[in-house]
Ligand binder design. Structure first.
Ligand SMILES: O=C(O)c1ccccc1NCC(=O)[C@H](O)[C@H](O)COP(=O)(O)O
Length: 264
């Protein structure tokens, strides 16, 4: 069983217990459920956008503990002030130390920037939950969904005004794209070995249909790499660990965005 299989097994139990605690009709009464979403797709395509989607990530299966001495509301506010195009907040607790409370806190202090709920979505309940807690975008990981399941989840998201980011690792997974997907993310991390290789993004870029906005995810650190990926048509760059492993993630994000401005 690889890490993704293990995460999905845990997630099935978590979703079942979450459903018992908070019903869909209760979630629909949360203030976030009624708000209009910010568009990540549009923000990434704006001329001059940094393209940086800065992630709040406190631990991970590949790195263990990254940073538990910072707060979601402070880091995400700093990311926004640094010029990030979007935010990503992990809400998986077991493997990433994330919470829905962190998502809600990030939303509260960053009303106008697109926020991705970073989790392992397997049930439409989680899509409603994402909206209720203030997300603008959900993540669908092709490797852990059947084509039909991905379509059901994506359709539900769109019906709530959310955008859909579908993550792929290889050419076969591109078959799972559907008309409700807005953004395609290529994950550079091999989930079996945890090795990262940006060439995964470069190789897949030309196979992704032009109607999707493309982003590159994982293992990104330097401005030169982002500049290189931009040449393959990537508009967004999801970065967690590079920022979060520092004492001041917002400052690290600001530094990278400043370096990028010299390369464009
Ligand atoms: O980060 C991991 O170890 C990981 C393991 C298994 C499944 C997913 C995993 N990461 C999720 C992500 O997609 C990353 O948090 C995101 O792309 C940012 O990556 P990084 O900049 O390398 O922190």
């Amino acid at each position: 069983m690889n890490i993704l299989d293990r995460i999905i097994e845990t997630k099935k139990n978590e979703v079942a217990s979450q459903k018992r605690m908070v019903s869909v009709s209760q979630l629909k009464k949360y203030p976030g459920y009624r708000r209009n979403c910010n568009s990540l797709k549009e923000t990434l395509q704006k001329p001059g956008s940094s393209g940086i989607i800065a992630e709040f990530k406190q631990k991970s299966p590949s790195k263990g503990e990254i940073n538990f001495s910072v707060k979601a509301e402070e880091v995400t506010k700093d990311y926004t002030n640094a010029g990030a195009a979007g935010l990503s907040v992990l809400t998986d607790y077991e493997y990433f130390g994330g919470t829905l409370a962190n998502l809600a806190k990030a939303r509260e202090v960053n009303p106008d920037i697109p926020i991705l709920r970073k989790d392992f979505m397997i049930d439409t309940y989680q899509v409603v939950e994402a909206k209720a807690f203030g997300a603008d975008v959900i993540l669908l990981i092709a490797a852990c969904l059947e084509k039909e399941e991905a379509e059901v989840l994506a359709k539900k998201a769109k019906s709530l005004g959310l955008e859909v980011l579908m993550e792929v690792h290889n050419e076969e997974e591109l078959e799972k794209l559907n008309d409700f997907v807005d953004i395609v993310g290529v994950n550079n991390r091999n989930l079996k070995t945890f090795e990262v290789d940006v060439e995964t993004s470069v190789k897949l870029a030309r196979l992704i249909p032009g109607r999707f906005v493309k982003i590159s995810e994982s293992g990104l650190a330097g401005a030169e790499t982002i500049h290189y990926l931009r040449k393959s048509g990537f508009k967004g760059f999801l970065i967690g660990e590079t920022f979060m492993k520092t004492e001041n993630p917002g400052k690290a994000c600001k530094k990278l965005i400043a370096e990028l401005s010299f390369l464009t």
